[in-house]
Design a protein around this ligand. Structure first.
Ligand SMILES: CC(C)(COP(=O)(O)OP(=O)(O)OC[C@H]1O[C@@H](n2cnc3c(N)ncnc32)[C@H](O)[C@@H]1OP(=O)(O)O)[C@@H](O)C(=O)NCCC(=O)NCCS
Length: 144
């Protein structure tokens, strides 16, 4: 598996399966605009046969990096793909001399919280009612 920059052709490959196979909350059009945003950077996890099995992105506010999403294809979860993607985001943020890497995660999303804790992200706050159904977001940050 390799982690490479997301290209428009990658989006075409996953366009029809974004919601079903990745359960991502973003649609194709948001991604198209995001890969053209100079402050954003997106990566895909590709198998040797070029099949995309995950993706992740960061947005740079000038000082700090923010994880906008990180998703593994449903049939390939818990075999290390998000870990590889997250390592890429961490290394990329360090290369860009960012002070920190931050994200919001639903307080009920145990797999994601475990993933971030595995990489030493710390819980630094809560955003109340951030998601639908009044669910709270935990803010987690990794300082460099
Ligand atoms: C969260 C998510 C990205 C993890 O992806 P993944 O490729 O399965 O993660 P990995 O295989 O790299 O696992 C890394 C760590 O995450 C945690 N983890 C992953 N799946 C888990 C599960 N089902 N239950 C508990 N912890 C889990 C573990 O700590 C794991 O480390 P371990 O293998 O040493 O146990 C994936 O479940 C997903 O795509 N979820 C839907 C989208 C989402 O919620 N994204 C996060 C938004 S903030």
């Amino acid at each position: 598996m390799e982690i490479v920059k997301m290209e428009y052709s990658d989006l075409l490959q996953i366009q029809s399966t974004l919601q079903t196979d990745f359960d991502d909350f973003w649609n194709f059009n948001i991604f198209v605009s995001e890969i053209q945003n100079p402050n954003s950077n997106y990566f895909v996890a590709k198998l040797e046969n070029q099949e995309i099995v995950g993706f992740a992105g960061v947005w740079n506010d000038g000082f700090d990096m923010h994880i906008t999403n990180i998703v593994t294809r449903k049939d390939k979860r818990h075999i290390g793909i998000a870990s590889n993607l997250l390592e890429k985001l961490i290394n990329f943020s360090k290369e860009k001399k960012s002070n920190s890497l931050t994200l919001e995660v639903n307080e009920k999303n145990i797999p994601a919280i475990n993933l971030y804790e595995k990489y030493k992200f710390k819980k630094i706050g809560v955003r109340k009612h951030y998601y639908s159904q009044n669910e709270n977001a935990i803010i987690m940050t990794l300082y460099f």
